[in-house]
Design a protein around this ligand. Structure first.
Ligand SMILES: Cc1cc2nc3c(=O)[nH]c(=O)nc-3n(C[C@H](O)[C@H](O)[C@H](O)COP(=O)(O)O)c2cc1C
Length: 373
């Protein structure tokens, strides 16, 4: 009865939330749900994971997520974007990373570390250095402008991504997600507004993706073939200057690279692009099953999750709903599952393994915590 109900609702040959799927390198993901990266401010000043951060992620692995993605972690000390951020830039991070990978594996989820560099969004007040980017870009009145990276710095940063990925593999993770979304350094190189370089790293969109391409190649040359590489992109960004047309060119080009899946960050997967289609549909029709796609943004109910599968996503990314509802994957297979919406009382979040520090951070997300903003 339930399956028939799904069959009627889900057009694409009955893709179900609680079935497994595989990344391009053959890594089997046990469930369609993906815990999207969530910064949670719980790491120590030196970037080492705290027990609280490990418990938070491990609890969601126990909740049945197919993939657990860590918070964005900086691959260079100078690429840190905010306090309490997880790091992957040094070998001193290895014990914590190993413990986290072990915990996630124990619950059967696949584990991914999100790798990033903040670029012009790494405040000098935190790093003690002027922020760098693809070009000299205005940041804010207090931060001033970024400095254009020298070729040597670009190459060093590419190497840092590769070394960070190697640490993640050594720690026992299943893969990394290269954070090319949300206006951080990789996106700053991809965007026409933020990248006005005249060397091999600038030019048209395919030239602007040289930085990303070289990171992928460097990571792949450093890790084994069974270690998965995902790339997360913002399909459209006015701030950096990325159009959907550019993103489709980037996607086409990425297909020839040694990556195992794409993750698009939509913020609202229900919103229609000017073509009248959602971004997920636009991109999945273009990709036409040549590589698995994860899509994320404003999914809350079982019905929302199945809508996204029907739009062509292979993995359904969620962030906020997984905070109060760590067992979301178990219920998401049912179209009738409709968990409560925010705001949430702090106790409900601490009961779901968010530390007081993380709850306090969530008070900054409008309308999320009863006594927040
Ligand atoms: C508290 C919080 C922290 C986030 N941190 C990150 C991050 O570190 N990296 C990233 O790519 N996205 C980050 N995001 C964005 C989420 O991955 C996700 O794309 C976004 O929240 C939309 O999904 P949702 O509607 O299911 O929350 C964050 C979101 C939240 C709520």
């Amino acid at each position: 009865m339930f399956i028939r109900q799904l069959g009627e609702k889900v057009g694409r040959s009955m893709v179900l939330m609680d079935e497994s799927w595989t990344l391009r390198n053959g890594l089997e993901i046990p469930h369609r749900s993906v815990l999207a990266a969530m910064t949670n401010k719980q790491s120590y000043d030196d970037g080492c994971l705290s027990d609280e951060e490990i418990n938070f992620l491990s609890r969601r692995a126990r909740g049945g997520f197919g993939i657990i993605t860590t918070a964005a972690s900086h691959v260079q000390e100078s690429g840190q974007g905010w306090t309490g951020e997880m790091g992957t830039w040094g070998d001193h991070h290895l014990p914590g990373l190993t413990r986290l990978a072990d915990e996630i594996r124990q619950h059967g989820s696949k584990s991914f570390v999100q790798l990033f560099h903040g670029g012009m969004r790494s405040p000098s007040s935190l790093t003690g250095q002027q922020a760098v980017s693809a070009s000299e870009n205005f940041i804010s009145d207090s931060e001033g402008t970024s400095r254009s990276m020298t070729l040597e710095e670009v190459n060093e940063t590419i190497d840092s991504f590769a070394m960070a990925a190697k640490r993640c593999e050594d720690a026992g993770f299943d893969g990394v997600e290269l954070h090319g979304a949300h206006g951080y350094l990789i996106a700053q190189f991809l965007g026409a507004k933020t990248n006005r370089r005249s060397d091999e790293f600038g030019g048209d969109v395919l030239q602007r993706m040289t930085f990303l391409n070289k990171i992928i190649d460097a990571v792949r040359n450093t890790v084994s073939s069974k270690f998965a590489i995902l790339v997360r992109l913002s399909p459209v960004s006015d701030d950096t200057g990325i159009s959907l047309e550019d993103t489709l060119k980037v996607c086409e080009s990425l297909l020839s690279k040694s990556i195992d899946g794409l993750h698009i960050s939509c913020w609202d997967v229900f919103e229609k692009h000017s073509s009248g289609k959602t971004l997920t549909k636009e991109i999945s029709q273009f990709i036409n099953q040549r590589i698995p796609i994860i899509s994320t943004g404003s999914v809350w109910t079982g019905n929302d999750a199945h809508f996204l599968l029907e739009e062509g996503a292979d993995g359904v990314g969620v962030a906020r709903v997984a905070l109060p509802f760590p067992d979301w994957p178990h219920s998401s297979a049912s179209l009738d599952y409709s968990p409560d919406k925010p705001p949430f009382i702090p106790q409900m979040l601490t009961d779901a393994e968010l530390s007081p520090l993380f709850v306090d951070y969530m008070r900054r997300w409008k309308g999320f915590v009863t006594d927040g903003r």
